[in-house]
Design a protein around this ligand. Structure first.
Ligand SMILES: [Zn+2]
Length: 369
């Protein structure tokens, strides 16, 4: 029996609960103990479902899957440093979101849900659209006006309905939440989403010979990527499969930096500005949880300037990685951490490429010129 809990007010709900968040406004989380050792890996499966003993859904119950997961972890030279790039651009719909979406859409499909609504800055919308359509669901995706053409094209081509909403990112969320009928399947809010994202931690652990890296650097907007990594490694630690938690560094753009402000105790009331990192220009609905997770593994929330993101984008593309501008935020964060000597030359550092450059090729051409 699955139980949902709210980390802010300690309320708990059973599986029949139909709301998408706690009555206090906090997000809901799955309350379950994970038992998992390396012997539990399904060696005959070559997707993220090889770790299904750690998940709330088993491989045999899947309704929809594109064989997601097992993206490359590539050793690279970066300045004088050796790093590992976890290349999520190679997920089925081109972003890490497929991990969480695969878990969320299968959960809803198993429950018999036939109609869903989602809001997204683009990548999650494209992912939800393609998984939902494959599961035979009626699907409405809300995205902000100005979303990269590649992501919009993915939604339209899947046959899902797209709604482009003017105004800030929050207006898009509100528009989706106000739809009546069907389920609000928000990747930002749904408790199963992080359960899927955590698979990335299991992969990195296996790819590094069943050990933890010292540092993981990723872009953060809502913060699901950082939360998933933290949760996965926490489970591995609880099962004695890693020696310690990696430090998780979440990187934001200064144009939209709620998590950075909260982490550093700065004024939280601000007007977000558009950014080249369109995937993370959102005020997180899990800000407290993200900050707490990052603190408890001794990591940090950083913020970088727009010019630094564009510089890092150029640097990464010149190494042959065609990444989306949002992902370049992590490399701009890496540059800052190296400059400030916060990560050591001999440490194992993983940088996450969260999405594929093909989704934003028209913008990349503009930025690198
Ligand atoms: Zn609550």
């Amino acid at each position: 029996m699955v139980k949902y809990i709210c980390k802010r007010c300690d309320a708990s709900y059973d599986e029949s609960f139909e709301g998408w968040r706690c009555e206090c406004g906090g997000s809901l989380w799955l309350d379950r103990e994970v038992k998992f050792t390396k012997e539990d890996i399904r060696k005959d499966d070559f997707s993220l479902w090889r770790y299904d003993k750690a998940y709330p859904i088993k491989k045999e119950d899947l309704v929809t899957s594109f064989g997601e997961g097992l993206t490359p972890l590539v050793e690279e030279d970066w300045k004088d440093q050796k790093i590992y790039i976890k290349n999520e651009a190679l997920m089925p719909t081109g972003s890490f979101k497929d991990r969480g979406v695969a878990m969320m859409i299968n959960y809803l499909a198993i429950k018999g849900v036939r109609k869903i609504t989602e809001d997204s800055s683009g990548n999650a919308g494209a992912s939800v659209a393609e998984y939902a359509v494959k599961a035979g669901m009626d699907c409405n995706i809300y995205v902000p006006e100005g979303t990269s053409e590649g992501k919009v094209a993915q939604v339209i081509a899947s046959g899902a309905r797209i709604h482009q909403v003017p105004g800030p990112r929050e207006a898009t969320a509100r528009a989706a939440q106000e739809v009546s009928g069907g389920v609000y399947a928000s990747h930002n809010w749904h408790p199963y989403f992080v359960e899927g994202v955590k698979s990335m931690a299991y992969e990195i652990w296996e790819q590094l010979g069943y050990s933890q890296p010292d540092n993981i650097i990723c872009p953060v907007g809502n913060g699901s990527l950082a939360l998933g990594l933290y949760q996965g490694f926490s489970e591995l630690l609880a099962n004695g499969e890693v020696e310690r938690l990696p430090r998780v560094f979440g990187v934001q753009t200064h144009n939209s930096n709620l998590l950075y402000r909260k982490f550093h105790g700065l004024e939280e009331d601000y007007e977000p500005k558009p950014s080249v990192a369109e995937g993370i220009t959102i005020k997180s609905c899990k800000a407290e949880e993200v900050v707490e997770a990052v603190r408890s593994c001794d990591g940090e929330i950083l913020a970088v300037e727009e010019e630094e993101i564009i510089e890092a984008l150029k640097e990464t593309c010149k190494k042959g990685y065609f990444i989306e501008p949002t992902s370049a935020t992590a490399f701009a964060g890496l540059n800052q951490l190296i400059k400030d000597k916060k990560i050591g030359l001999n440490e194992k550092t993983v940088v996450v490429v969260s999405g594929n450059g093909l989704k934003a090729s028209e913008k990349i051409l503009k930025y690198i010129k």
